[in-house]
Ligand binder design. Structure first.
Ligand SMILES: [Zn+2]
Length: 359
């Protein structure tokens, strides 16, 4: 019997590790994982981008491990350069989401939260239509629960106009995520918009502490009442902000390779995820924009051990954090968390001992 598949499952090639020690690779691959910080417009499959321009190289130069973006603006320019020729229809949007989720599934990811920036979405349709197309693409992949977010920049209302208000009425919307650089203070319309979303039962997130300082992280927690901060990396610069995150059980959706390539950190060894984790801040591990960084989740996990000073028990905790954060029922969360702990603990080397049941 033969069968064909439009998007065969594919475990991405190694880009940051020369190799992953087989026992560690088996451990990472066996752990059920969540991916909570993933931008569709930054995760379009390279093969799809190349189909619009065969002169593009087989592999983007920006995936080189030594490549660094000179600025956030340079990164945004590249996003548009890749995104605009391909992401021109709802069908293509669905096809990209399907391929992206298959890549997640191939890395044993069971739960995904993904966002599309409103500016990119409006090039192909209304917020409701784009989210519906994303839902169609996600539904073609079995075994992965997908939640959909709209990314809204801090300047969206003045720049894009009142269509921003349509976002919250889209039936397929699970939540919103504040995007972009971090000018302070946050505009009053953003505070009002996030409050309204929360009243409607939507999950709300905010990018902060990436280019902005620890005060920017404090601002989104205190003014927007978010319990999910995308990155939050620079919170480490202020112990009071670290304590705030810990005391309020705020979850940081951290992406070390992204921070490296955008020069938020000078090296992975100097990334604060281990310090934040050890301070009791709930961290999850994610890839952000794999199209632009060449980041893959299994390498992000491997690098925690090989470059950032964490061990396999920490990987178990970080994987369970992903499901603690998930928009799933208590029963579904407990089942996935139980699976992570059971599989992870059974594969721990004797030197690392039994895993703690709770942090
Ligand atoms: Zn992001």
């Amino acid at each position: 019997m033969s069968f064909s598949h439009a998007n065969p499952p594919l475990v991405p090639s190694l880009r940051y590790c020369d190799s992953i020690e087989p026992e560690l690779a088996a451990f990472i691959d066996a752990l059920p994982k969540a991916e909570l910080h993933l931008h569709i417009d930054g995760a379009l499959p390279w093969e799809q981008i190349r189909s619009t321009d065969p002169s593009l190289p087989e592999r983007p130069d920006v995936w080189d491990r030594n490549f660094r973006f000179a600025s956030f603006e340079a990164f945004l320019e590249l996003c548009d350069y890749y995104c605009m020729p391909w992401l021109t229809s709802l069908d293509r949007c669905a096809a990209s989401v399907e391929a992206m989720i298959r890549t997640c599934a191939a890395q044993n990811v069971r739960y995904v939260e993904t966002s599309i920036d409103l500016g990119a979405a409006l090039r192909i349709g209304s917020p409701a239509d784009v989210l519906a197309a994303m839902r169609v693409g996600a539904s073609r992949v079995e075994g992965v629960t997908v939640r959909l977010f709209m990314g809204i920049s801090r300047d969206a209302l003045p720049r894009i106009g009142p269509v921003v208000h349509e976002v919250l009425d889209a039936p397929d919307l699970n939540g919103i995520d504040l995007h972009g650089i971090e000018p302070m203070p946050i505009e009053p319309w953003v505070v009002e918009f996030w409050r309204k979303a929360q009243e409607m039962g939507k999950m709300t997130k905010a990018h902060a502490g990436e280019f902005g300082p620890a005060a920017s992280v404090r601002e989104v927690v205190e003014k927007l009442n978010v319990t999910r901060v995308e990155h939050g990396t620079r919170a480490i610069e202020n112990p009071e902000v670290v304590a705030l995150l810990r005391d309020r059980n705020v979850i940081l959706d951290v992406c070390p390779i992204s921070n490296l390539k955008l020069q938020v950190v000078p090296s992975l060894a100097e990334h604060p995820i281990a310090a934040l984790h050890r301070s009791g801040v709930i961290c999850t591990l994610n890839t952000d924009d794999p199209l632009d960084f060449g980041s893959t989740l299994r390498e992000e996990y491997a690098l925690l051990v090989t470059e950032m000073g964490l061990d396999r028990q920490d990987l178990i905790t970080i994987a369970t954090n992903g499901f603690r954060a998930a928009l799933l029922s208590v029963e579904e969360k407990n089942q996935l968390i139980g699976e992570v702990k059971r599989i992870g603990t059974s594969m721990l080397p004797a030197s690392e001992g039994p895993v703690a049941l709770e942090r």
